[in-house]
Design a protein. Structure first.
Length: 228
């Protein structure tokens, strides 16, 4: 049987002026997770939002809140993100000198722990935290902005990480340039959670978002069943 694919719309592409309504719309449109891109203007050259906003929008959806922290030294605020309502907290390996401690702490806070890797970062840094993490987020663009093109060299990396994690219960999530045209190749390589911003938040509201999610889901499903 094909693995169920998780679709995680990134609210980076939403209308921030109507963020709560946009999250309600994407929830109703069939999102599995809500992907929240936190940027600090330091680790990445862009700024978004942090725990106070996450806490406010937590009230509009019961779906999994998937917080992607593109921030330097996230350790100090982990508890604040957990309190704000994040279910998954993903930190960048490049931003964490004590990654083992950081991911252990995320689990202690009752959240799922994720590690994100920039496109140039080799997956070897995951080897000694595999028993401490629930998710690997492979950036398929350089983080910081939506609407960029998928880096096709990342397909091999997905396959390599899939091999590395073996039978461990770890989700492989991909983020950046995921559309109905690229969903198939990443799923065929081993990704099971797909983040998509600009490919989903286009058109007007729930009906359009539902159509966009369905198109990505369908493209993913046709590939995920090939290897079964
Ligand atoms: C990029 C963010 C992504 C972004 C994806 O730094 O982590 O989540 O929103 O946007 P698209 O799907 O437009 O590439
Ligand atoms: Zn992201």
């Amino acid at each position: 049987m094909a693995t169920d694919i998780i679709i995680a719309p990134s609210v980076l592409a939403a209308d921030f002026g109507e963020l709560a309504a946009e999250i309600a719309a994407i929830d109703e449109a069939g999102a599995d997770w809500i992907h929240l891109d936190v940027m600090d203007g330091h680790f990445v050259p862009n700024l978004t939002f942090g725990p106070p906003i996450i806490k406010i929008v937590r009230a509009v959806s019961t779906k999994i809140f998937d917080a992607h922290l593109m921030v330097s030294n996230p350790d100090r605020l982990l508890e604040t993100y957990a309190d704000a309502g994040a279910d998954i907290i993903t930190v960048h390996a490049e931003a964490c000198p004590h990654l083992y401690r950081t991911v252990s702490r995320i689990r202690e806070l009752g959240c799922k722990a994720g590690v994100a890797l920039n496109p140039h970062t080799p997956p070897d840094c995951l080897a000694y935290v595999l028993d401490r993490i629930d998710l690997v987020l492979l950036m398929t663009v350089n983080p910081g902005f939506g609407g960029q093109s998928f880096i096709s060299a990342m397909t091999d990396k997905i396959a390599r990480v899939k091999e590395m994690i073996g039978k461990c219960d770890i989700t492989i999530e991909v983020d950046g340039g995921i559309t109905m045209d690229t969903a198939g190749v990443v799923v065929a390589a081993g990704a099971t959670a797909l983040v998509a911003g600009s490919a989903i938040f286009r058109g007007d509201g729930t009906a359009a978002y539902a159509k966009n999610i369905a198109a990505i889901r369908q493209a993913a499903a046709s590939h995920s069943s090939q290897g079964d």
